[in-house]
Write a protein that binds this ligand. Structure first.
Ligand code: ADP
Ligand code: MG
Length: 697
């Protein structure tokens, strides 16, 4: 019944069904049921106008409409009137549909208005309020909490606004029977945590009897989201630990030792050593490793990756290192190949742009095991790439590498390879554990010695010529600089033009032949991008003008200044990532955030945070506070923290409680095979795609 197409609901029909699908992703009855109201209004409650305060948000008033006035010109043209009751007046304003509104409403009559209150010159105002004729029966009857749903402009124009969607839900609910929404929690848990039963919760979240009922329903459904996510993650992890056999790397042999003793260019930091030990513990035990390695930009993850790959080779296994971009893959390849140049070990680069001729030698080399270390982009795990015995997969800078993709890797070898996912996006620990609960977790929380902290400043656009003078001075000292422009969407024409204008402007400050500039952006052919990149890496050019394609991983230690144009357009973690491109050498480095004078509060706060700390984990916590978990780089796609109702920052207590119950249940019944856990197991199994059940049971 709940899987019926939404078009079959009375009052919907094919046209509105299509809109609901397009705008809100509502395809079925169930989708509508899962489209939760974000607010309820007590439609029997009217605020005396004189009692409204700036602290109020949405209010409902009843009063007499005063005569209309049309004022202003062009875009400022608006229709203005007042609603008056015994205690005061509130201004009502319309910017569009001015003629229709005038025809529809009659000054002198009584109306009910409802909307979000704003204050203009210390007078209350409702812009585009909901308005309907007052009639006595409207205010009789019992308290009625009317649900208001998220909607879109398009839907509003088709009479499917935030309140009208409630009419559909109201039609749907009487048809929904308890067996359509069976309980999925163990009874004991419901009792102990005093949770509302599932069926009731779905009724009460839409049309609550009282505010208390609503809160109980919300609590139950939030808890359900968090708990089920934890359950899935924990099941995946614990089942993997118990059942999945991994390849065994128990020997530390020639490759590792020779490299470590003869070619390692520096002493490992304590954190690097600890992480390496954690990885070795895992891989030596014969359990399949699935580990997230977090380390701030520049903390030295690459060398850890390389040492792991050598360990794999010592045990007769191949490994791959996967980077998100060609540039980065190539850089990894060049770096690693040069470190290993005096060792007898097969290293190859495989990306989308590697020519067919070259592929012809690489693919058999991989299939026959002559190539032990394969470095590349996603191309390395395409079906055409067959390994002799793949033992380790390292995924660099792709926290988006989700559960499903990892599962694909498991098919690359008869025993699934170990997986190490490396990321410089610092994720607060609580968030990491929720989003990546199926992974084990290591962190490099120490930078290599001798690094000077990057000095970050915030400058306004009109300071630009001073900034350029500073760049000249640094370049005169033999350093290189980055200038980054925002390119939010690689297809965005406006951003692209900005970049070009910025490039031209930089060129006027830095004319050839005294200066040479590289430019890299997403619209360039790969070859040109590579060439520009290469010239910068080799110090042929002193300035790199780029979009955020440069963001991850690129390593040019001689670059000492990072200028970020329109810095207000970037999120905190992106700013931090970009800043991490400098401060990689021995020289003091600088990050200059350029913005216009007018900044919103959040942007101002971001600038303040960036100029006050270099610590990625502090920044990640702040980012979480400023933006909420759904927006944190990388977690959005994880499909775990983009909850509909819960918010893992505000509902942290619930996250902890859910974690505790999950562990209790799984300790007592790891396979959920006890009868009291049957409903839970059944429910998890029915959630296709969310749990890779076939892999774990
Ligand atoms: P990230 O963690 O951002 O990927 P990299 O692996 O690119 O960082 O390392 C950044 C720089 O630090 C590289 O130039 C690398 O050679 C250097 N490095 C890594 N570990 C150490 C160390 N223990 N001592 C000194 N330099 C190191
Ligand atoms: Mg890196």
């Amino acid at each position: 019944m709940l899987s019926s197409p939404i078009a079959y609901l009375k009052g919907v029909g094919p046209q509105r069904a299509e809109l609901l699908q397009k705008e809100l992703g509502i395809f079925t009855f169930n989708d509508l049921l899962q489209h939760f109201p974000f607010r309820h209004v007590d439609k029997t409650k009217f605020t005396p106008i004189g009692e409204a305060t700036p602290a109020d948000e949405y209010l409902q008033f009843a009063g007499v409409l005063e005569p209309f006035q049309v004022i202003g010109q062009n875009r400022g043209r608006r229709l203005v009137s007042q609603i008056r009751d015994k205690t005061g007046t509130v201004e009502v304003v319309w910017f569009s549909a001015i003629n229709q509104i005038q025809k529809m409403l009659q000054p002198g009559k009584a109306y009910i208005v409802y909307g979000k209150l704003s204050w203009f010159m210390s007078k209350p105002q409702l812009v585009h309020p909901e308005i309907e004729a007052w009639s006595p029966e409207k205010i009789e009857g019992k308290a009625y909490l009317e649900p208001i749903y998220p909607s879109t402009e398009k839907l509003k124009s088709k009479n499917l606004g935030g309140r009208q969607l409630g009419k559909l839900t109201q039609l749907l609910l009487p048809h929904v029977k308890p067996q359509d929404i069976p309980e999925n929690f163990p009874q004991k848990m419901i009792e102990e945590l005093k949770l509302m039963p599932r069926f009731d919760a779905y009724q009460q979240i839409h049309f609550p009897q009282t505010q208390k009922h609503y809160e109980a329903a919300l609590r139950r459904l939030k808890f359900e989201e968090i708990f089920l996510a934890q359950m899935r993650m924990n099941l995946l992890r614990s089942q993997r630990h118990r059942f999945s056999k991994g390849v065994v790397f128990d020997a530390v042999g020639n490759y590792f030792n020779t490299f470590y003793n003869q070619y390692l260019p520096f002493e490992l930091t304590g954190a690097q050593k600890r992480v390496l030990k954690e990885i070795r513990n895992d891989t030596a035990r014969g359990k399949q490793m699935n580990r997230l390695l977090q380390g701030d930009v520049g903390s030295g993850k690459t060398i850890v990756a390389l040492l792991c790959m050598l360990l794999a080779a010592d045990n007769g296994y191949q490994s791959v290192l996967m980077a998100p971009t060609e540039i980065l893959a190539r850089q990894h390849f060049q770096g690693i190949a040069s470190l290993l140049k005096d060792m007898d070990i097969g290293v190859a680069l495989l990306t989308g742009s590697v020519k067919a001729k070259e592929r012809k030698t690489i693919l058999p080399g991989v299939a026959e095991g002559r190539i032990q270390l394969l470095i590349g982009t996603h191309a390395v795990i395409e079906d055409s790439v067959q390994f002799q015995n793949l033992g380790l997969v390292i995924v660099d800078e792709q926290h988006r590498f989700g559960v499903a993709q990892r599962a694909r890797l498991w098919e690359k070898n008869h025993t699934p390879p170990h997986v190490l996912v490396m990321t410089a996006t610092p994720i607060p620990r609580t968030l990491a554990m929720t989003a990546y609960g199926d992974l084990d977790y290591s962190v490099i929380d120490e930078l290599p010695p001798g690094r000077q902290p990057i000095q970050t400043v915030h400058r306004l656009d009109h300071d630009r010529s001073n900034v350029m003078d500073f760049l000249k001075a640094e370049i005169a000292l033999g350093r290189q600089v980055y200038v980054i422009f925002p390119l939010i969407e690689e297809s965005d024409k406006l951003d692209y033009e900005n970049l070009m204008r910025g490039y031209d402007e930089i060129k006027t400050y830095f004319p050839e032949p005294q200066y040479w500039i590289s430019m890299v952006h997403g619209k360039q052919p790969a070859i040109q991008k590579e060439e520009n990149m290469r010239r910068f890496v080799e110090h042929d050019t002193q300035i790199m003008v780029s979009t955020t394609v440069i963001e991850v991983g690129v390593n040019v230690p001689n670059a000492s200044v990072m200028v970020i144009e329109s810095a207000e357009k970037f999120g905190l973690s992106q700013l931090h990532q970009l800043r991490g491109r400098v401060g990689r050498g021995a020289e003091k480095s600088y990050c200059i955030l350029l913005t216009g004078k007018k900044l919103g509060n959040v942007a101002r706060e971001r600038m303040k945070i960036m100029t006050s700390t270099n610590n990625g984990f502090v920044i990640a916590e702040k980012d979480l506070e400023l933006r909420g978990p759904g927006d944190i780089e990388g977690t959005r796609q994880s499909g775990v923290v983009d909850f509909k109702l819960a918010n893992i920052v505000n509902d942290r207590a619930m996250v902890d409680a859910a974690k505790k119950v999950t562990e209790e249940i799984l300790t007592d019944d790891p396979d959920l095979s006890k009868p009291e856990n049957a409903p839970l197991k059944e429910f998890l199994q029915s959630q296709k795609g969310k749990t890779i059940w076939s892999k774990i049971s």
